[in-house]
Design a protein around this ligand. Structure first.
Ligand code: NAD
Ligand code: IPM
Ligand code: MN
Length: 360
């Protein structure tokens, strides 16, 4: 029995956020019981839930609690109820704000084709079999954080979203990409739009410079439109993909199709403060409140939490193995089900993973 004590902040958010965070919490509790960890949970408001209760998407107390945590688990934010609100007052501003407040500039989004799910993808099984790639998405710069303006000009509306990157911002994420590729013994693909964007041309220069420090890591540049196509045409060619904020957002939802469902994708957002762990999917308003959400993206985010923030790599692997077993035995939430499959809900899927957790 270890004496470890963890403080975990839970940010359930909106829509299916609370449903999947409950699954994550059950998983952390099960691990704590078996391994003898003490866990202190603090639940805080973010997104639409925070707007409704406090009038703002990211209350100060949420940021303070997150900064004191060993790790933060976030569900999802947003939904039709708040879609009319302006930029800074939207639920999504809470998510961007917590990422910035934690200095979480590196968003790791692993994508793997689970053998039992090969037929759950809308792509052909032979096209996705063996896929095991990592998207390293820059998370605190680019279009998301540039100046935004809406003004009147000659009787029309004129809108501006600035795309800003500095050399150090590019350098640190590119270096992290090279490190990840070296560790995994894989190649690096740097994705940009250097044929059009100044920010991408500088991105390429920085990649060239950093690459000189990693002569053992094969790398290529790829334009983002081609990358979107190659991801579904020949996904096995990719090892680690490093890219800026917006391209990474779009490519990761596309890559989710390789796994069978966006509900399968976990993420870790790392940087200066505590790690922030979130499934890649959103609040899924179309299925919220029905107990139907796939909890595996969140449970796999908890696996990343044990790997990167809690220094328990064996727990992390045990969670991944349990998910693999559950899928192998045919458990399917609706998003993964094919005609004729028995469909289970969030709770049943969560329970099935917990029952199959083998922690020594
Ligand atoms: P979404 O990811 O919420 O949903 C897209 C589709 O995938 C929907 O059909 C949904 O039912 C399905 N889906 C998503 N997660 C699932 C899960 N775990 N299990 C089963 N099915 C799942 O994307 P959207 O509909 O474009 O966005 C809805 C809201 O979520 C928007 O307000 C958006 O801003 C927000 N959003 C938040 C985050 C986040 O908090 N990290 C991420 C993406 C979108
Ligand atoms: C994600 C989401 C967010 C993003 C939104 C909700 C701000 O799509 O985490 O992928 O674009 O980063
Ligand atoms: Mn997204």
């Amino acid at each position: 029995m270890s004496e470890k004590r963890y403080r975990i902040v839970l940010l359930p958010g909106d829509g299916i956020g609370p449903e999947v965070v409950r699954a994550g919490r059950r998983l952390i509790e099960a691990v704590a019981r078996t391994c003898g960890h003490e866990v202190e949970f603090e639940e805080r408001l973010i997104g639409g839930a925070a707007i409704d209760a406090r009038g703002e998407p990211l209350p100060g107390e949420t940021v303070e609690a997150a900064r004191r945590a060993d790790a933060v688990l976030l569900g999802a934010v947003g939904g039709p109820k708040w879609d009319g609100l302006g930029g800074d007052r939207r639920p999504e501003a809470g998510l961007l704000g917590i990422r910035k407040a934690l200095g979480a500039y590196a968003n790791l989004r692993p994508v793997r084709a689970w053998a039992p799910l090969l037929t759950a993808s809308t792509l052909r099984p032979e096209a996705v079999e063996g896929v095991d790639l990592l998207i390293v998405r820059e998370l605190t710069g680019g279009l998301y954080f540039g100046k935004k303006r809406r003004e009147r000009e000659n009787g029309h509306t004129r809108v501006v979203d600035e795309m800003v990157y500095t050399t150090p911002e590019i350098e640190r994420i590119v270096r992290l990409g090279f490190e990840a590729a070296r560790k995994a013994g894989k190649s690096l693909t740097s994705v940009d739009k250097a044929n059009v964007l100044e920010s991408s041309r500088h991105w390429r220069e920085v990649v060239e410079r950093v690459a000189a420090e990693y002569p053992d890591v094969p790398y290529t540049h790829m334009l983002v439109d081609n990358c979107a196509m190659q991801l579904v045409r020949d996904p096995r060619r990719f090892g680690v993909i490093v890219t800026e904020n917006m391209f990474g957002d779009i490519l990761s939802d596309e890559a989710a199709v390789l796994t069978g469902s966006i509900g399968m994708l976990p993420s870790a957002s790392l940087g200066e403060g505590p790690g922030l762990y979130e499934p890649v999917h959103g609040s899924a308003p179309d299925i919220a409140g029905r107990g139907a959400a796939n909890p595996l993206g969140t449970m796999l985010s908890v696996a990343l939490m044990y790997q990167f923030s809690l220094d328990e790599p064996a727990v992390s692997s045990a969670i991944v193995d349990a998910v693999d077993r559950v899928l192998g035995e045919g458990f399917r939430t609706a998003d993964l089900a094919r005609p004729g499959d028995r469909v289970c809900g969030t709770e049943e899927m969560t329970g099935a993973v917990l029952e199959r957790l083998r922690l020594t």
